[in-house]
Design a protein around this ligand. Structure first.
Ligand SMILES: [Zn+2]
Length: 444
């Protein structure tokens, strides 16, 4: 037996790495993940772990490192992404790329999405190397580019160019988490095995251009605004898939002990307006039971006194798996009929089936979760967002979106928002949790 692991020192190491990692601005676009990949490579090589950097494009990079197992089982991929979304610097309390530590929290763009998890995976990976336990499978640490823009240069490129990845049995990726209430009390462990379908729609309109001092009816911007108003007022019908019903049946005894019965039959309960109103106040719950539409881009005009001849907007639509995209589009066309604007599909992705739950990895996560929180609920969930898991799931690999941190609803709402942060304590928790899960699933 080696000497016991000093987890506090490991956590401190993780905190230092995360602060430095956040300082590397990988806002995508343009991404610039090469610098981040070199940073991670330096840490890995310091521990004599060889790794490879793949560069699908100048200054874009993916990093892959492998700890070899005995090969009796197929690989597990610890998946994370290096790129982040833009930060509105002036709306933050601290510099989003400063790696600032305040009141025990590491602040910065990417602290949760996804550099914090990347560092938790990295530290768990290093710990496997340092205190060598025999592994039945290869453990792959994979840090990707371009997740925030769809993964063309990241997940998709790597799956096309690195055949070994397709041999993996499991992927552990971002999403889900150890859900706590605002006071930090555990509620349940959430593992996502299915995602909503990304379906971006462009709305466009054209009209006569001219001087702003002489407006004419039916200008492009007027048509666009009219159509957008109608689309944004639309509340698509509730569609409760079995997975989501099960999720709410699972968590209801904890969260709404007085209303358990109502949560056991959501399709029926949601027909009751007052129940539906209360239920959908939570934007995450709302997104789990219906298709959603978010207006994310509007473009028209360049100058105050010129009426533009064209205008367009992009709606980030996310559909409940299994619904027909054609029907959804038709519904939209019906809503904007007469406005003079048009809708078209901006990009289209193939839907991927959910990952099964009857697996050793699901059981391993449950075992580890209950070791620290006996009798806790481990709830599979539908992820309203999209992660790189969809690319791996499409290749038949079992993917679980499970972020190993304790997260409250207000933490989750900071993702892609302002003042994103992760506490050092939480990072420490995540490193150990991941380490134990990997150990559990990779024992010979
Ligand atoms: Zn992410």
């Amino acid at each position: 037996m080696g000497k016991p692991v000093d987890w506090e020192a490991v956590a401190q190491e993780g905190v230092n790495h995360l602060r430095e990692y956040i300082r590397i601005d990988t806002t995508n676009p343009p991404g610039n993940e090469m610098e981040a990949a070199r940073f991670l490579k330096g840490i890995l090589e310091n521990e004599s772990i060889s790794c490879s950097i793949f560069d699908p494009h100048p200054e874009r990079a993916n990093l892959l490192a492998i700890l070899n197992g005995d090969g009796s089982k197929k690989p597990l991929i610890l998946l994370n992404h290096m790129d982040v979304v833009a930060a509105e610097r002036d709306k933050w309390e601290v510099d989003p790329f400063g790696g600032v530590m305040r009141d025990g929290y590491i602040y910065g763009r990417g602290a949760l999405d996804n550099k914090g998890m990347g560092i938790a995976q990295l530290m768990a990976f290093l710990m496997l190397k340092r205190s060598p336990i025999p592994l039945s499978r290869d453990i792959i640490f994979l840090a990707l580019a371009d997740e925030e823009m769809g993964g063309r240069l990241g997940a998709r490129w790597m799956l096309e160019n690195v055949p070994h990845l397709k041999e993996a049995e499991y992927v552990l990726n971002e999403g889900g988490g150890v859900i706590v209430d605002e006071d930090g009390n555990l509620q349940y462990y959430e593992i996502s095995n299915v995602q909503k379908v990304v379906f971006p729609i462009k709305v466009k309109a054209s009209g006569v251009s001219g001087h702003g001092s002489i407006p004419q009816p039916h200008g492009a911007t007027e048509k666009l605004v009219d159509a957008l108003g109608k689309l944004l007022k639309w509340r698509p019908p509730f569609r409760v898939i079995p997975q989501v019903q099960e999720y709410f049946s699972n968590i209801a005894p904890l969260k709404w002990p007085h209303k358990v019965e109502r949560f056991r039959n959501l399709p029926e309960s949601l027909q009751d307006e007052s129940f539906a109103g209360e239920f959908t106040i939570n934007p995450i719950h709302n997104a789990m039971v219906r298709d959603t539409i978010a207006l994310t881009v509007i473009r028209a005009g360049t100058k105050a006194n010129i009426i533009p001849s064209e205008g367009e907007a992009i709606l980030d639509c996310r559909l409940i798996p299994g619904i027909s995209k054609e029907d959804f589009l038709e519904e939209m066309r019906g809503l904007i009929r007469g406005t003079g604007a048009e809708v078209e599909v901006k990009s289209d992705a193939r839907p991927v089936p959910p990952s099964p739950l009857d697996t050793d990895l699901f059981r391993a996560i449950t075992t580890v979760a209950r070791r620290r929180d006996p009798n806790c609920i481990v709830a599979p969930a539908l992820l309203p967002g999209a992660t790189d898991s969809r690319h791996f799931r499409g290749k038949g690999i079992v993917c679980y979106d499970f972020c190993p941190f304790r997260l409250s609803q207000s933490d989750l709402l900071r993702i892609h928002g302002h003042n994103e942060r992760l506490s050092g304590e939480n990072l420490s928790f995540g490193i150990r949790l991941l380490y134990e899960v990997v150990e559990e699933i990779s024992r010979p």
